[in-house]
Design a protein around this ligand. Structure first.
Ligand code: OXD
Ligand code: MN
Length: 591
């Protein structure tokens, strides 16, 4: 016989108490633990996780408060093929989402969840997305059987008592039910029910599938809330750029997973761009609302970073390296013999005696990666030396520019400005990118990824693009829209642009366009800087290399436009007419 604490001791919300009881009846846990977010609780749960072998303590002098988690090797990335939008109709989910009828999904996952927590603890995790006291903020509650999820949610969200206080006696919260089951991939499903503000996720412990605050709530469900309430939930970083004159402007930028959002959000200015400072608001998700000034204002709903580890180094992202010095959880990175962490691209040679991400001694000559390509760090945003003083500002920050970008070896120039809002939405709608290890499947093939939201849009992508156009109509002071590509290569496969901190030069051109009318070259696809329009102080780049990085090649663009047309045809009748128009105009201009 199990006994559970009375919910009244924790919440005034009848709806929450009833829902927790309902989930407990279904999953039959031995124990129910309501998380309060306290330091005491963190210590207790961490000890339990260590005792259970879920977390491995790292050397506490080298990495105070840091732990390593090794996932099941079959559970290392988001699984888009078993992610479903369970809206009442298939049309409401649209052609880019997998759809399952809500009744079928509740029945199928309900059968898997039945008795699934017997012998386990059911954790109730109340959390807030967004700064406390912000009109943007929303409450979610995740129920999980995974202590790794609890400890990660504690880093990624404002978790515990503050959320219950914000909820009060209301019934308006996102209901997320998660159970790892036995991590059998054939029983892995991530189902979203926008009409019920509900998520059911089973069979995976991977961040993007299991930390329900992130992709599931803050993007898929929140995109539907945004549609209904007149705002936008986007897969965007938010960064503040302070000029030498002391003015700070904010940019929100959408890139597909593992394309460098965290690096751009924490960018270190090159020394030659004297006096510039960069401040992080967020590295993955932006909630954007129309402000009283008719402009677009943004918050980062998260409280921590869930960043890709490989490739992160003191050279590529010193702020991230400093952020993970303490109180971080690492997942599927390699471990050194002296209890520290290591990954490919860390810019320090692999030390002897390395243990790979699966927990086996690593041999360099085996050719295997020591860290999984999608290994991650989870770290509190408060650790970031570049954290913006406005990261917790309930009002958010005003956005000067929206940037779309992908990983493209060809076609897409370093930076391109749209002609107007509708054209900018068209650019975002048609963007493409080479796939990465953040999702299971083939890496390196170009796929269309509208606004970097392909895996995260909770409703019909055609309606979503229409919503963007509607927001544009209501903005009297809209941000300007740009496209960037840090990844273009020459014929030999070398990157044309040095990237990382030097990307500030492209962002600076945007701000110069917006605020001081900097020059550019109007092409059929948008306005690009010529070499002389960019601030190249102290940058060594061959003129021909730069020319190739900035080039707009009509033949390449004709292929691009044909591919965009295929996406538009697939979206079909739901695609806004205005975007079809833009497509037709571009095709004609490129003839
Ligand atoms: C992420 C992703 O983890 O996009 O942010 O996959
Ligand atoms: Mn992401």
């Amino acid at each position: 016989m199990t006994s559970h604490p009375a919910a009244d001791a924790f919440t005034k919300s009848r709806a929450l108490a009833n829902w927790v009881a309902e989930c407990a009846r279904l999953t039959q846990p031995d124990r129910i633990v309501w998380c309060d977010g306290s330091e005491d609780e963190r210590r207790r749960l961490t000890d339990e996780a260590v005792a259970a072998g879920v977390l491995i303590p790292l050397d506490h002098e080298k990495r105070p408060g840091c732990y390593l988690h090794r996932s099941n090797p079959n559970d290392v990335a988001r699984t888009e093929e078993v992610t479903f939008i369970c809206s009442p109709t298939k049309a409401a989910a649209g052609v880019t989402n997998n759809w399952m009828a809500p009744d079928e999904a509740y029945a199928k996952l309900g059968a898997l969840l039945k008795g699934s927590m017997a012998g386990r603890t059911l954790y109730v995790i109340p959390y807030v997305m967004g700064p406390l006291g912000s009109p943007f903020a929303k409450v979610g509650v995740e129920i999980t059987d995974s202590v790794y999820v609890v400890l990660s949610m504690r880093i990624m969200t404002r978790m515990g008592r503050a959320a219950l206080e914000m909820l009060g006696d209301a019934d308006d919260f996102n209901r997320g039910l998660h159970c790892t089951l036995d991590l059998d991939p054939s029983k892995r499903f991530i189902c979203h029910f926008p009409q019920d503000n509900t998520i059911w996720s089973v069979g995976s412990g991977y961040g993007g599938n299991a930390l329900l605050s992130k992709k599931c709530f803050a993007l898929r469900i929140a995109s539907c809330l945004g549609r209904d309430e007149g705002w936008l939930a986007e897969h965007m970083l938010i960064v503040g750029l302070q000029s030498p004159a002391g003015e700070t402007r904010y940019i929100a930028a959408a890139f597909p997973s593992a394309c460098g959002k965290t690096n751009l959000a924490m960018l270190t200015p090159p020394p030659a761009l004297k006096g510039w400072k960069v401040f992080t608001i967020g590295d993955d998700i932006a909630w954007l609302r129309i402000g009283p000034d008719g402009g677009l204002w943004a918050i980062n709903p998260e409280f921590g970073y869930f960043g890709v580890a490989p490739g992160t180094s003191m050279k590529s992202n010193p702020n991230a390296m400093l952020t993970v010095e303490r109180d971080a959880l690492f997942t599927n990175v390699a471990m050194t013999a002296d209890g520290d962490i290591w990954w490919e691209g860390m810019d320090v040679p692999a030390p002897a005696g390395l243990i790979d991400w699966r927990g086996r001694p690593w041999e360099a000559k085996s050719g295997d990666k020591a860290a999984h390509p999608n290994s991650r760090f989870t770290a509190p945003m408060g650790n970031n030396p570049a954290l913006s003083p406005h990261a917790n500002d309930p009002r958010g920050v005003p956005i000067s520019a929206i940037v779309f970008g992908g990983r493209r070896a060809t076609t897409m120039p370093l930076v391109l400005e749209s002609f107007d809002w509708t054209h900018g939405v068209f650019m975002g709608a048609t963007m493409g990118s080479e796939t990465t290890a953040a999702a299971a499947g083939k890496v390196g093939v170009v796929r269309r990824d509208p606004m970097a939201m392909l895996p995260f849009c909770g409703y019909n992508v055609g309606d979503y693009l229409g919503h963007w156009l509607e927001i544009g109509k209501r903005l009297t002071n809209p941000p300007r829209i740009f496209m960037v590509n840090w990844f273009r290569k020459d014929a030999e496969g070398n990157f044309l642009w040095p990237g990382y901190g030097e990307n500030l030069r492209a962002l600076k051109w945007m701000l110069d366009r917006i605020h001081s009318g900097a020059d550019g070259d109007r092409t059929p696809v948008g306005t690009t800087p010529q070499a002389g329009d960019l601030d190249l102080a102290g940058l060594e780049i061959a003129p021909d290399q730069l020319r190739q990085a900035l080039a707009v090649d009509a033949a390449e663009w004709r292929v691009e436009v044909a591919s965009a047309g295929e996406l538009f045809d697939k979206i079909g009748a739901a695609l806004p007419q205005a975007l079809r128009e833009k497509h037709r105009e571009l095709a004609a201009a490129l003839k």
